[in-house]
Design a protein around this ligand. Structure first.
Ligand code: ADP
Length: 310
């Protein structure tokens, strides 16, 4: 087991940010923590990386208790924080070399590792450019590289693709896949279900500081059972129309985010007529309708009764 978390708890001003969670991550896994903003993902990652002290609970990394032997456990992890921790006036190569020095690397070994990491994050051709000339996404990629210099066994990534361009986002997803192929375990937090679906062997769905469910994508889908998710492209105002939809017999849950409405129902086709009628009665313009097996958004809606991106 690369990571074992038991009863992990952290409160701020009496409010639980993480409310007693258990997690187990096998060696070589990409494990996703998926949940909306405020679910407790960052606080969990901060505790695992040793930056935030929990109120209760235990954390083992590669079998080592991080409170009993913080130095040994810290050598096993690489941390990619949300904030960029780089020197803007240094080049990418110099920044990575700086981090390598911090981990005690030097000489030919350090130079070799800098080259490997530049290759891995796809910025070898820009290595000698100053970081302040980089785009936000490129900075993020070098920031990931900094966390990789000492060849960690477990990489902790906190929402690494928030607010960056699609090209860098794809690079980061490819980097995670390649790292994993080379044997690195990755704990990946995100509120983007597509990323988690594409990357993760197993997923813990978090909400309000708790793990609501944990398993592979298929296992999580089974939680929803044979239900369908109807996705409707339409702008629906809060209030009566949504209440009317929730009141349709056979509808289990309704959620909306920007421009999308999701309706969970055991038999999507049976309730579709009613759904459309009520939308029309409410004056809502429907742009498209799609009935599918549940994705992670559907699983989250089923578990919590709300949208992942509220
Ligand atoms: P996520 O990463 O899933 O968005 P966080 O772990 O950042 O969630 O936050 C969980 C909850 O804890 C939120 O309600 C947040 O406001 C609160 N929280 C997180 N860090 C702090 C802090 N340093 N001080 C006070 N409250 C915090």
């Amino acid at each position: 087991m690369i990571l074992e978390v038991k009863g992990l708890t952290k409160s701020y001003n009496g409010h639980p940010a993480v409310a007693g969670i258990d997690l187990e991550m096998k060696d070589g896994e990409v494990f996703g923590l998926l949940g909306p903003n405020g679910a407790g993902k960052s606080t969990t990652i901060s505790m695992v990386s040793g930056l935030v002290k929990p109120n209760a609970g235990s954390i083992r990394i590669g079998g080592i208790d991080i409170f009993q032997d913080p130095l040994a456990s810290r050598r096993l992890i690489g941390v990619v924080p949300q904030d960029i921790a780089l020197y803007p006036t240094l080049t990418a190569r110099e920044n990575l070399a700086f981090w390598g020095h911090m981990y005690g690397q030097s000489g030919a070994d350090l130079r070799k590792r800098v080259d490997e990491v530049l290759e891995l994050v796809g910025l070898a051709d820009r290595a000698n450019q100053r970081i302040d000339k980089y785009s936000g996404g490129m900075k993020r990629r070098i920031n990931i590289g900094a966390g990789l210099m000492h060849r960690p066994k477990l990489l902790l990534m906190d929402e690494p693709t928030v607010g960056i361009d699609p090209q860098s986002r794809n690079h980061i997803l490819d980097t995670v896949k390649e790292l994993n192929r080379q044997g690195t375990s990755v704990l990946y937090t995100s509120h983007y279900m597509e990323e988690v679906e594409a990357l993760c062997d197993r997923i813990a769905i978090m909400d309000l500081g708790k793990v609501m469910a944990c398993g592979s994508l298929n296992e999580l889908r089974l939680l929803v059972g044979d239900k369908d998710v109807i996705t409707i492209q339409a702008n629906v105002p809060e209030g009566k129309v949504l209440d009317d939809l929730r009141a349709i017999p056979g509808v289990d849950g309704v959620s909306k985010d920007d421009g999308h409405l999701r309706v969970v129902a055991p038999y999507g086709r049976k309730v579709l007529g009613d759904v459309v009628t009520r939308l029309a009665a409410g004056g809502v313009k429907v742009r498209s309708i799609d009935i599918k097996e549940p994705d992670l958004e559907g699983v989250f809606l089923h578990l919590t009764g709300k949208a992942l991106r509220d």
